[in-house]
Write a new protein. Sequence first.
Length: 438
Amino acid sequence: MLSTLEPQLDGFTGSVITPDSPDYEAAARTPLLPSTPALVLRPRDVADVQRAVRAAAASGLAVAVRGGGHSFAGLGTVDEGIVIDLRALDSIEVLDGDRVRIGGGATWGAVVQALTPHGLAISSGDTASVGVGGLTLSGGIGWMVRSHGLTLDHLVSAEVVTAAGEVVTASTVSHPDLFWALRGGGGGLAVVTSFELQAERLSTVTFGTLTFPATEAAQVVTGWAEHLRTAPRELTSAVRLANPFAGGVDAPVEVTVAAIGGDADSLIDPLRALGTLQSDTVTVQPYGEVLEEGHVLPPGIRLAVRSGFVPPESVGDAVAEVVAIAVAPQPAAIVLNSIGGAVADVGPHDTAFAHRRAELMVTTFCGGPAPAFDGIRAGLDGVWARLAPHTEGAYANFLDGSSPEARASVHPEGTRRRLEEIRAEYDPQALFARRSAS
Ligand SMILES: Cc1cc2nc3c(=O)[nH]c(=O)nc-3n(C[C@H](O)[C@H](O)[C@H](O)COP(=O)(O)OP(=O)(O)OC[C@H]3O[C@@H](n4cnc5c(N)ncnc54)[C@H](O)[C@@H]3O)c2cc1C
């Protein structure tokens, strides 16, 4: 097959990895999934990406674009197809006006390392090994989300290679329709070779976790949600309960807080008073130190991840249901993220991320070895049958791909139709669309 692609790959300076290459297994898999692509192409520069895209188009095989490879649904790889792995496009350059140009294959850990010495930060997720690409193209919900908004709200422009192999810059003034779609469309439009993002002056964050006994879940989670309803946007927080790896029904309720600006004690003290505080790790820390390291999943372990947004009118019912689910045996850790704040400053039609009025996001995480996994999945379906009446939509970055209904709800109907039109314009043969998050 490789020989038939030689004309398109002529001049390709990156790595070409086939099943015969010694590094194939490591190159084929993502941190979450084993995989068996026919070919992994690792371009070194934009011209290489153009060659890779033309070769992939000529091959007739399915194509996956890989940023950091952390898609729960495995969208950064494709069995028997071609993976365009962007890891070598990892440059990070601070520009005038605190703008930052980031290569399409960089990770958030590399970004914080590069920005911390400049006293800068960009709203991102919570994990260092996650890619800038996938996270930004679907949203970006982390410890700066209420204070500064989604990652994609900071996108100023993106340089892309289209399905035709052409280099295009998307921004509010250049290909504005593509720019709209890149901000929340979930990829599947073009290969983003670099993102230009607006960074914030930020060096420290008051960050840590408060834990409470599982028996106080109802009062803690209800009080947490009430506090976040009116708390200033300087406070971002998440609650985790029923973590199966920490005791399931007996797992402590973990309230993680991030206060950026404002009076941190007055933001956080009401949360400390919600119950019997068992531990409190909250300290002032460099923002660069709050991101966690990701892990490569052990062989045979599968993950199930599902999410939904909670609109303001459903917060009370959703919280009550989450607590009722958490106090009985079931397979998932349940996380509630506070949203609102700066996320709601942007209109629902201004970007392809439409869930702007959500106050909370609820996500369930569970996993296990393949033989037990079907049972785990069935338990999770039961959990979502109870959560569904209180949630709407889904966050594309927190979906494992197993639920077509959840995937279909990532975008409201109008957003979906507009995305489809833009995809048809920029990728008429659907070269990338099959491995997109929505
Ligand atoms: C341990 C862990 C922690 C996480 N924490 C958070 C969190 O705190 N907040 C949050 O919002 N999300 C979080 N996520 C979810 C994460 O944002 C998504 O999994 C995201 O899709 C990963 O992006 P990636 O580039 O690493 O993945 P990939 O698998 O490489 O890509 C995901 C999708 O984006 C596309 N894509 C990636 N880069 C490009 C590019 N340059 N050009 C075009 N398309 C591209 C891919 O084709 C694919 O469709 C977490 C995931 C994990 C595994």
